[in-house]
Design a protein around this ligand. Structure first.
Ligand code: ARG
Length: 461
């Protein structure tokens, strides 16, 4: 005979089609450990309220301990008739302590306040793990930056050569957003750290339970201010899902560059064999599948967030069964990042950079033209005029198929009397890089300081 938590007012059992639709144990079973922890805390609240004797509490805790061990070992698993994780565990509990004592545990709580609490417990744990995985990737980027302190590369805007930058500067431009994702998870936790236990179905409990004590036992500093909000809100799930989508987007942008860099045309990097794949027909192929899967899975993570927001948008207060649909997308996001982050970290950590090739391309595409204009400004030429003069240098070079450093002293003087031979000091990649020495700039001294700050930010997290 199946255990249902709501049999009393019904004459018959549910139709097969409803039972199948209703079933959620195939995805919410991962909350079992948290459900049992919640039950322990709830049993203590019942005891403190005088609703359980000392002996009854002891037997309950002992039964829950046994149930937890059986869940962990796989000796206890949900069956098809168990509607959800809560139902299955209540059945397991009753099987262990008997129907008389087992039937007392549900007093003063509802699956509505249970699930709202459990999802927070689960996500808070996952947030810490995902933050650690993110920090591994940030560290891999910092290590690559540290291993290539002086290497120059073409900096791009619109994917066109713009100005030379240090490879280390560029790599850290991917590290900082990932570090902000870590901070987002830490900050999110402050809002997630609120227990919904004590809300009951929506209106609170009449049994004199202490929601604050339950909260503290479950690792929350506080319980919810409002029992309706406690059971109906899922913004905390949506916000978590936003962070995972943002991580996906950040990984995707990094990956897109790795894919470009690994092409024959760029030849900036070689992927390690362990982080690339071959082709079933073309023997020469070495494909950046890790980066492509990262780019692809960003779409999936965005979809998880979009689906969740769409589920929430029209829901009246308080609990509606639609809310059960919050779990699969956010579980998918968690699982996806657990798969993805170690692979991307490995790919980055093992990338071989062809710094000669990058350095050779750094000054091409007239990427030093801005240096001429800014040199002129330091010579007191108004920027509008300086921009014109530097533009003329580019045009003259283009007509001759030459490059900016090829211009002779006479060429320079003919373009503008302001262009004395001293301008040549900025017409090298090294000169250009060294000149961008303001805070946040790509000058080697600034980038070395930046790397130190990045490393201490990693340590602080
Ligand atoms: N399994 C449900 C969920 O994930 C919790 C159960 C609440 N069900 C109910 N009929 N009130 O949201």
């Amino acid at each position: 005979e199946a255990l249902r938590l709501w049999g009393g007012r019904f004459e018959g059992g549910p139709d097969q089609a409803l039972a199948r639709l209703s079933l959620s144990t195939h995805f919410d079973w991962r909350l079992a450990r948290h459900d049992i922890a919640g039950s322990r805390a709830h049993a203590r609240a019942l005891h403190r309220a005088g609703l359980l004797t000392d002996g009854e509490l002891d037997r309950m805790i002992e039964g829950l301990d046994r149930l937890e061990a059986d869940v962990a070992s796989g000796a206890f698993t949900p069956v098809l008739e168990d509607e959800d994780v809560h139902t299955a565990l209540e059945r397991g509990f009753i099987e262990r302590v008997g129907p008389e004592l087992g039937g007392r545990l549900r007093a003063g709580r509802s699956r509505n306040d249970q699930i709202a609490t459990l999802i927070r417990m689960y996500l808070r744990e996952e947030a810490r793990q995902i933050a650690d995985l993110l920090l591994d990737l940030v560290e891999a980027l910092a290590d690559q930056a540290g291993a290539h302190p002086g290497a120059a590369m073409p900096g791009r805007t619109h994917l066109q050569h713009a100005q030379p930058v240090l490879l280390a500067h560029h790599l850290m431009a991917h590290a900082w957003p990932l570090l902000r994702d870590v901070e987002r998870l830490r900050d999110w936790d402050r809002r997630a750290a609120v227990s919904a236990y004590g809300s009951g179905a929506l209106a609170g409990s009449s049994l004199g339970l202490d929601p604050q004590a339950v909260a503290v036992e479950l690792g929350f500093p506080a319980s919810v201010e409002n029992s309706i909000d406690g059971t109906a809100a899922r913004d905390v799930v949506a916000e978590f899902s936003f962070v995972t989508a943002m991580v996906g987007v950040d990984l995707s942008r990094l990956s897109e560059e790795v894919i470009l860099w690994a092409t024959k045309e760029f030849s900036f990097v070689t992927l390690d064999d362990a982080f690339s794949t071959g082709s079933s027909i073309m023997p020469q192929k070495k494909n950046p599948d890790v980066a492509e899967l990262a780019r692809g899975k960003a779409g999936r993570l965005i979809g998880d967030l979009a689906g969740l927001l769409a589920t929430l948008k029209g829901l009246p207060l308080a609990y509606n069964r639609d809310l059960q649909e919050d779990k699969e997308p956010v579980f998918d996001a968690v699982d996806t990042l657990h798969l993805l982050l170690p692979a991307v970290t490995g790919m980055i950590a093992t990338l071989v950079f062809h710094t000669d090739r990058m350095a050779e391309l750094a000054p091409q595409g007239f990427s030093l033209a801005t240096d001429i204009a800014e040199w002129l400004v330091r010579e007191r030429v108004p920027f509008r005029e300086a921009h014109e003069i530097a533009g003329t240098c580019v045009r003259v070079c283009e007509e001759r198929g030459a490059d900016l450093p090829d211009l002779s002293d006479e060429d320079l003087a003919a373009i503008s009397p302001h262009l004395t031979p001293a301008v040549r000091e900025v017409l090298t990649v090294e000169g250009s890089l060294a000149s961008r020495a303001g805070r946040g700039g790509t000058a080697p001294v600034r980038v070395a300081e930046q790397l130190e700050r990045l490393r201490s930010a990693i340590d602080e997290n």
